[in-house]
Write a new protein. Structure first.
Lengths: 257, 533
């Protein structure tokens, strides 16, 4: 069985600086980490794996994204691909999905399942899993809490908050993993040493047989026109009177209990 | 070093009314300002929050005039009651917590900060683009960007501690194994004397002649005379005033626990950072872990930045908290782990394999194995391991805090003892024997690299507390007898004053008192720290 996990490296959430002019995240010199939702996807992949299975981890990003792949290799992934090319810069969700989909088609066409994180905490669109699925002719499933194998099919639990669905899915599909364990999986010295020897392949635009117009800014269908950082302020209001009067006060203020 | 008298700088007073103040009785002042992590409880009349040197000078002059006195309060993360007021006022430094700038001298780059900046804030700042930060000389930030990143190597475990507090206590922590304590990294201090005048001391510029030094203030000449003892520099030590012949004046104030002056500015040296591999190796039992450490310290090929220890009980404490739903973001020690040793080893991406390879034989020799380990090299992972280490004292602080309701006089009871290399096994045996004979439970963890693990008694009531106090007293005696220090890094504060006569006898203590009185004749600053006033 081959499990493909699509991951992303994001700026370290604890050390993000915003450009006051553009509202964009400053990436120069910023520390980086694996997107936390991608960590959940990796956890799901590793827990699915049985003897003889392969977990392939893939990212599109700059050369520095190799760190995120090594991180995954130390935590159970077997091999990795870094999709990197200056022509990929500025890709929106659609262009990203196009690149990832072409990778699947050309390099790992025999995948049994594709796992992604729910969203990346830098772009926050959450669109890549669906678009990747659509372009690849697969079905996407969102809000996935857990996945296991049962009778040759995928048993998937989707958590919608007010509703939990249990599905049985036949064939490969794209699962957008929304939750996982917060308790970190810690690699051993052996895991770290072995990861050094695991294959990590670098692919550029040409090796993915993509035209310039299909990736990067040129292949993007959306443009970010403006980002405004909203500052939320809270005002407190003191209520006095009997409990009933104060309860009325809360309702009148538009609050809820 | 200059032998000329040191001249103090007069700081003008400002209107008293402009200084932020909380008035109150013992009951209405927030308790958080009346205690610290030792959980010792204090009391005070009022709390002042000066925002600059002028306000601070005004306050100190007012206290001198009116017969008042004040306890200096930073982040109150100390564990010997140094910031706990025993009456008088509190001067809280929390409004003086800014970065002043980045600088450079012949020895390299440094950072200038106000005293209440925390270690955590400093580490955050040092991860930013340096050219976006204030600079003391033009172009320093850009130069540092080109050569960086930089870090401040001293690593007292408590990240929320203030740097002023770190200097006042000469904090050290795990990395002192390689980099020494705070003292070694202080380039310059601005210290306000109890009369409100400032000393601006750059290391290497002002020193004692023998044991004498003259400070000239606007209206007085202060004759500083060092006590006749020699501070034990052979082990990790923060017990009493640092003191030896011909020493640098700056060293008198580092580790003086706020008894001689209030720190208002600090220059700390920085060094280029490098990639590090953090490894936690598990062993079947305590003896195996300690024999591994003994051999590791002898190794010439493996050079860790730090060596920390967790005994079986310490790992058990973390397991217990996790079983109750606490420490959710930390991993649980594996069931096979009977003890653990934590190492930081310098290793770039290309050296990881060879560094790990180099440690394997030693591990196996002592019953460990590379499979039974945690190994992390990304910043977040390494911080997680540090949090894992820090979860032990934090859990103990919380536990003791929880006992306060029924036992108001209880506070944490642990050791801070360091001894010379050869005496370490004897000291460890003595801890276990003494505590076992008193029927107490304890955990041992921490800076084993410096022969300085912390032994913390798990208290349940005042009976335990009294027994633990006796035990700690015995440990202090034993440490001194073995050529060590009863207070390696926490300082003396108010809780460990009885240790000073053990080290310096009554003569040394009298000389300490005399030095304090020569600088602070009215006892305005930090009464009760180091010595009774």
């Amino acid at each position: 069985m081959k499990i493909v996990v699509m991951v992303k490296q994001v700026p370290d959430a604890e050390n993000v600086e915003l450009d006051p002019q553009t509202g964009n995240i400053r990436r120069d010199g910023a520390e980086r980490m694996l997107n936390p939702y991608c960590e959940f996807a990796l956890q799901a992949a590793v827990s699915l794996r049985e003897e003889g299975d392969v977990v392939v981890v893939v990212t599109m990003g700059p050369r520095s994204a190799e760190e995120a792949l090594r991180y995954c290799l130390e935590r159970g992934a077997d091999r990795a691909y870094l999709l990197t090319d200056k022509d990929f810069a500025g890709s929106d969700a659609w262009a990203t999905a196009t690149v990832l989909s072409r990778f699947l088609q050309l390099h790992e066409p025999d995948h049994d399942i594709v796992l992604t994180g729910r969203q990346a905490i830098d772009g926050d669109t959450g669109q890549v899993p669906a678009e990747l699925a659509v372009i690849s002719g697969l079905e996407p499933f969102y809000h996935v809490r857990s996945v296991s194998k049962q009778d040759g099919m995928w048993r998937v639990t989707q958590d919608y908050g007010d509703e939990v669905r249990e599905l049985m899915i036949a064939g490969s599909c794209v699962l957008s993993i929304a939750s996982g364990s917060l308790e970190p999986k810690v690699p051993s010295m052996v895991d770290v040493q072995e990861a050094q020897g695991k294959p990590l392949k670098v692919l550029d635009r040409e090796s993915l047989d993509l035209k310039k117009s299909e990736a990067g800014l040129a292949g993007s269908r959306t443009r970010v026109v403006k980002i405004v950082n909203q500052v939320h302020t809270r005002a407190s209001q003191k209520l006095q009177g009997t409990p009933a009067e104060m309860a009325d006060g809360i309702l009148q203020a538009g609050g809820w209990i | 070093m200059g032998i000329e008298p040191v001249r103090a700088i007069r700081v003008p007073s400002v209107p008293f009314q402009g200084i932020k103040k909380w008035d109150g009785t013992r009951d209405s002042l927030p308790h958080t300002f009346l205690t610290d992590e030792s959980k010792l409880s204090g009391h005070a009349k009022e709390i002042y929050f000066p925002s600059d040197e002028s306000q601070l000078a005004t306050l100190l002059r007012y206290l001198n005039r009116t017969g008042g006195h004040a306890t200096i309060s930073g982040m109150r993360t100390g564990v010997v009651g140094g910031a706990v007021p025993q009456g008088g006022s509190v001067i809280c430094m929390e409004n003086m917590d800014s970065l002043i700038g980045l600088g450079k001298d012949q020895q390299g780059y440094f950072v200038r900060v106000q005293p209440n900046m925390t270690l955590r804030s400093l580490q955050r700042i040092l991860r930013q683009r340096y050219s976006s930060l204030p600079a003391l000389q033009p172009g320093v930030g850009e130069e540092m960007d080109a050569q960086g990143p930089f870090f401040y190597p001293v690593d007292p475990t408590e990240q929320n501690g203030s740097l002023g507090g770190n200097v006042a206590a000469n904090s050290s922590g795990a990395r002192s194994f390689r980099y020494g304590p705070t003292r070694d990294w202080v380039r310059r201090l601005r210290v306000m004397l109890p009369n409100g005048d400032i000393l601006d001391i750059v290391r290497g510029e002002h020193g004692f002649q023998g044991r004498e030094c003259k400070v000239v203030t606007e209206d007085d000449v202060i004759h500083l005379r060092l006590p006749s003892y020699d501070f034990n520099r052979g082990v990790k030590n923060s017990a009493g005033l640092y003191c030896h012949e011909d020493m640098d004046l700056i060293d008198l104030f580092i580790g003086s626990e706020g008894t001689l002056g209030v720190i208002t500015e600090i220059d700390l040296r920085l060094m280029p950072s490098y990639p590090v591999l953090s490894i936690l190796v598990f062993f079947p039992d305590d003896g195996k872990a300690l024999s591994f450490v003994a051999d590791l310290r002898l190794s010439s090929s493996i050079r860790p930045d730090l060596i920390e220890y967790f005994d079986e009980a310490a790992l058990g404490l973390i397991r217990d908290v996790k079983a109750k739903g606490g420490l959710r973001k930390l991993p649980c020690p594996p069931s096979y782990a009977g003890s653990a040793v934590f190492l930081d080893l310098p290793a770039g991406a290309e050296d990881i394999s060879s560094v790990l390879e180099s440690i394997r034989p030693l591990l196996r020799m002592h019953g460990g194995s590379p499979e039974r380990s945690w190994c992390l090299h990304d910043r977040r992972g390494r911080e997680m391991l540090r949090d894992f280490r820090h979860s032990i004292p934090e859990t103990i602080f919380q536990h003791v805090g929880g006992l306060k309701g029924k036992n108001p006089d209880i506070h944490k009871m642990g050791t801070d003892v360091s001894v010379p290399d050869a005496a370490f096994p004897e000291m460890m045996e003595y801890y276990a024997q003494t505590l076992r004979s008193k029927g107490l439970r304890w955990v041992t963890f921490g800076h084993v690299g410096d022969n300085h693990p912390h032994v913390e008694v798990i208290l349940h009531d005042m009976d335990d507390f009294r027994k633990a106090k006796d035990a700690c007293q015995a440990f202090a005696h034993k440490a001194v007898q073995l050529g060590g220090s009863p207070s390696a890094e926490h300082g003396i504060g108010k809780l460990k004053r009885e240790y000073l006569p053990l080290l310096y006898e009554s003569q040394g203590c009298k000389e300490l008192q005399a030095l304090k009185r020569s600088v602070d004749p009215n006892g305005v600053l930090n009464r009760g720290n180091l010595m009774e006033w």
